[in-house]
Design a protein around this ligand. Structure first.
Ligand code: A3P
Length: 320
């Protein structure tokens, strides 16, 4: 997989063959069987679909626009990542990390806490729990939609691939050394964490009319954030005023989000060994793939998308 990677090896899970590091081997079963609470709120996405943006939106609406807490507690703590430890749980990964943080007791403590199994971490959270996951619905507890509310976000896979490539460079512990074209090859061959992409999205798309699932597109959020805020508020049974919507959209704007240390992952910079020349918020655009794909990738993508959308009515919003 990744040349200088951090992982011990990979496995495929379930009939659709979702691709994960072996670090998740034990917890994936515990997650599937984890007890849910009726007031849980999940944000579920394929990576790079606009997860972080949606998490903050959902958290703010659910918490009656609590700007005070939002500005003092990082989103990664308010809205933890269920299977995050899978990234850190391999023996090789832990060794690298402990070596890297040697002598810094404070950071080591944070590392040990975020590398405990996700099912245990969320079991200890107070209610209401806000949980982020990139797991497809079929690998989350089967009673999920009948018990809790889930917001699922989807994004054009070409932009996802470009964003994911940068993500793997940004989180330098991932050890990815290839270029975008090589990354794209891995992406469409389902050799990147949480792939295959299409089954992941289609599983949620098929449930889009379930009253406990809100299915959003990143492209629609970019086009019209205020109506997304209203949709989320309706979904969560909250009423919102025009002023609240306007203020929240300003808080969630790309520029404000990018400089907000509670939202932009800068609090994890040293723990996750981030590349010093990159930031988590990169472009925040739809259609950025056009500036990054060569002709061959463009043709490959078109065929790959057509092949995978055949037989479904899922269509990603077109952008100009
Ligand atoms: P790009 O890399 O294309 O810029 P995730 O949170 O699922 O990892 O998604 C990250 C993507 O969402 C990144 O895309 C990031 O820039 C974009 N994003 C994050 N916050 C945003 C915001 N406030 N407005 C628009 N896009 C945002």
């Amino acid at each position: 997989h990744f040349e200088n990677g951090f992982q011990d090896g990979y496995m495929r899970v379930g009939p659709k063959g979702y691709f994960f590091t072996n670090g998740l081997k034990e917890d994936i079963v515990n997650i599937y069987n984890m007890p849910l609470r009726p007031d849980d709120i999940f944000v579920v996405t394929f990576p790079k679909a606009g997860t972080t943006w949606t998490q903050e939106l959902v958290w703010m609406v659910a918490n009656d626009f609590d700007y005070k807490t939002s500005s003092s507690i990082p989103l990664v703590v308010r809205f933890p990542f269920l299977e995050m430890p899978m990234l850190l749980n391999s023996e090789k990964g832990k060794k690298v990390m402990r070596e890297n943080l040697k002598g810094d007791e404070e950071k080591l403590k944070i590392f040990e806490s975020i590398s405990s199994p996700g099912s245990e971490m969320v079991a200890n959270l107070p209610s209401p729990r806000f949980i982020k996951s990139h797991l497809p619905l079929s690998l989350l507890p089967p009673s999920l939609l009948d018990t809790t509310k889930v917001v699922y976000v989807a994004r054009d896979p070409r932009d996802v691939a470009v964003s994911y490539f940068h993500h793997n460079k940004f989180f330098s512990f991932m050890g990815y050394t290839g270029d975008l074209k090589q990354y794209w090859e891995k992406f469409i061959k389902d050799m990147v964490d949480w792939t295959p992409f299409f089954p992941h999205v289609i599983e949620a798309w098929e449930k889009r009319n379930h009253p406990n699932l809100l299915f959003l597109f990143y492209e629609d959020m970019l086009k019209d954030l205020p109506s997304t805020v209203r949709k989320v508020a309706d979904f969560l049974g909250k009423s919102v005023t025009d002023e609240q919507v306007t203020r929240l959209c300003d808080h969630l704007s790309f520029q404000n989000f990018k400089k907000n240390p509670m939202l932009n992952y800068e609090t994890l910079r040293e723990i996750a060994m981030m590349d010093k020349d990159r930031t988590f918020l990169r472009k925040g655009k739809a259609g950025d793939w056009r500036d990054n794909f060569d002709e061959e990738m463009t043709a490959q993508a078109q065929k790959w998308i057509e092949d995978n959308l055949r037989g479904t009515d899922l269509r990603f919003p077109t952008i100009n």
